[in-house]
Design a protein. Structure first.
Length: 249
């Protein structure tokens, strides 16, 4: 039921952290994975790792804040593989700025990557997804969409917007064969989280029921469920994978 053989998956932010783990997980289940992130060398390294594990992947650098780059990602995928069956909108910009210091320029930088880019990537993939017999979209949001966010208010607000779009996308396109869901990670050991510093990471870990920080690989099972036929009756949902962070609050 989790087999992804014959399917093509785009994973943005796929060169590290949660995106890299999902890319490896999908490739292990037979998908051809397009690893997309800003740095070409990081994409190439991720593809090499997947190939070493006997998976198949393609590296395509993308800047989610640049719609021309987004279009080039889709064009490159279709030119190489001829189809798109799965889209994982995972790339994000974690700008942390106190609310009183947010400027229109900072606002645009955050929302352009975290909300505008994922929406228009979905729109650009839509014709191919409608042709697929196994179309699935997974929007990676954040538990910040559910709780007060402090200095990450822009990031969390954009993720809340992406959650809203997830539900609307599902309502519009599930009857046409595209399932759309979201995953909301809690505190996970990624570069984004490590940049907050060890003290902040410790506080976040203590706030969850499980009492530790998650590993990116712990998101893979949920992603596989939502991408594969195992989740064929799931759409319009958000699965919170947070070690009990939200319930503990």
């Amino acid at each position: 039921m989790f087999d992804l053989s014959g399917r093509v998956a785009i994973v943005t932010g796929g060169s590290r952290g949660i995106g890299l783990s999902i890319a490896h997980g999908f490739a292990a289940q037979g998908a051809k994975v397009v690893v997309a992130s800003r740095k070409a060398d990081a994409c190439d390294l991720a593809v090499a790792e997947i190939a070493e594990a006997e998976g198949e992947a393609l590296a395509v650098p993308v800047h989610m804040g640049d719609l021309d780059s987004v279009n080039q990602l889709v064009d490159a995928t279709l030119e190489h593989y001829g189809q798109i069956d799965i889209l994982v909108n995972n790339a994000a910009n974690p700008l942390g700025v106190p609310m009183e210091d947010i400027t229109p320029e900072i606002w645009d930088k955050s929302f352009t990557v975290n909300l505008r880019g994922p929406f228009f990537l979905f729109q650009r993939c839509l014709p191919s997804l409608l042709e697929s017999d196994h179309a699935s979209v997974i929007n990676v949001i954040s538990v910040g969409a559910y709780i007060p966010a402090g200095n990450t208010s822009m990031y969390s607000a954009a993720k809340a917007g992406l959650l809203s779009y997830t539900r609307t996308m599902a309502g519009e396109y599930s009857a046409r064969g595209i399932r759309v869901n979201a995953i909301a990670p809690g505190t996970v050991d990624t570069t984004m989280t490590r940049n907050t510093g060890p003290e902040a990471m410790g506080r976040m870990a203590d706030l969850s029921h499980i009492g530790r920080i998650g590993h990116p690989d712990e998101l893979v099972g949920t992603a596989l469920l939502l991408a594969s036929d195992a989740g064929s009756y799931i759409t319009g949902q958000c699965i919170i994978v947070d070690g009990g962070f939200v319930p503990a609050r």
